[in-house]
Write a protein of this length. Sequence first.
Length: 415
Amino acid sequence: MTTTTQSQVCVVIGASHAGINLAFALRREGWEGNIILYDIDKEFPYHRPPLSKAYLTSEEGTEQSLLFPKENYDDENITLKLGISVKSINRNDKSINLSDNTVQSYDKLVIATGARPFIPPIKGIETAQNLFPMRTAEDAANIRKAFNASTKKRVIVIGGGYIGLETAASLKKLGAQVVVLEREERILARVTAPIMSEFFTELHQSNAVEILTSKNVISIETKNDINSVICDDNSTYEADLIVVGVGIKVNTELAQEADLVIENGIKVDATARTNDEHIYAIGDCSYHYNPHYKTNVRLESVQNAVDQAKTAAKAICGQENVVYDTIPWFWSDQFDVKLQMVGLSNGYNDIVTRKEETKNSFSTWYFRDEELLAVDAVNFAKAYMLGTRFIKSGQLINKTKLSDTTIPFKPNSFI
């Protein structure tokens, strides 16, 4: 292990899940030098998953959901510089230029810049009234404020991905009239199987959320604070509030300008290190190799941010044989449904669905030939946990037994 001194400095760009967990992990691993984090967001570092859920359905602020208590930063001598952005990285002299016109030197630099919402080039989108993405606490607060101020409570959600659907469910609980417009033939088309798309479509429809697919929005016309959302099939939908959830744009500009390797994100090795030995990248912005799936991936999840941060901290502190090797997992809460996902289903060619006796409780198992790639579990944590175990071990599964609900759901039942 490398011995650090109090004069050494680790600078972290980004103070969300990845950056904050990296800072605390550094202390646990023995980093004795300064740790300084910069983030353009002025809010004290908070959990982001509740943004499309609890933050919308209550008046509570981020103070109720901080990543770590404020006193912990003082206890661990971790310095937060909030509301300050990084303008450039100077690899030659190992420093960064900041928006307050100061320069900060570093011994180690960690890029945890994440991503930002992608705003599609829709005609009239820049002048639309009460149109917001959903990415930050400020976005959630703005949506709630605009919703509370509207009279008819008509909401259009552009995009039928998880963020869009979670936001739709939360606003529906508040009494909104919600219409989800999805460009693809089904919601969640890029991330899950048709049976899951059908389930969540029916779930939202049963809760009076209108799900409309094959709806490509081409323009927004605004008059008297009312938006008319127009699709390419000439259909029009009026909205007092519009939420855009069509994807993200990875924040790689700083890294690219510093001549770091960019490939679907900032490319890193097994320790989260870039092509510069003094610079690491973690979280949503990093593109890393996954040993289990034998391919490079870029993941947008809290789990990836936290686990990769721990790996990078060990590497920065000089631990040997450090390798980031985890099975990805995700979750989504919509109405009374909890979806838990583990693994990566890319490349699947077979699906087994197991429906349980409990209403709205089932699991979908994704296979490539005989190899289990991923599991989606709806209100069924046992499937999620067992699927995780099988994926990690590479256990071969009897698909016929798996689909037979008369067979008890136990670890040895499907072998």
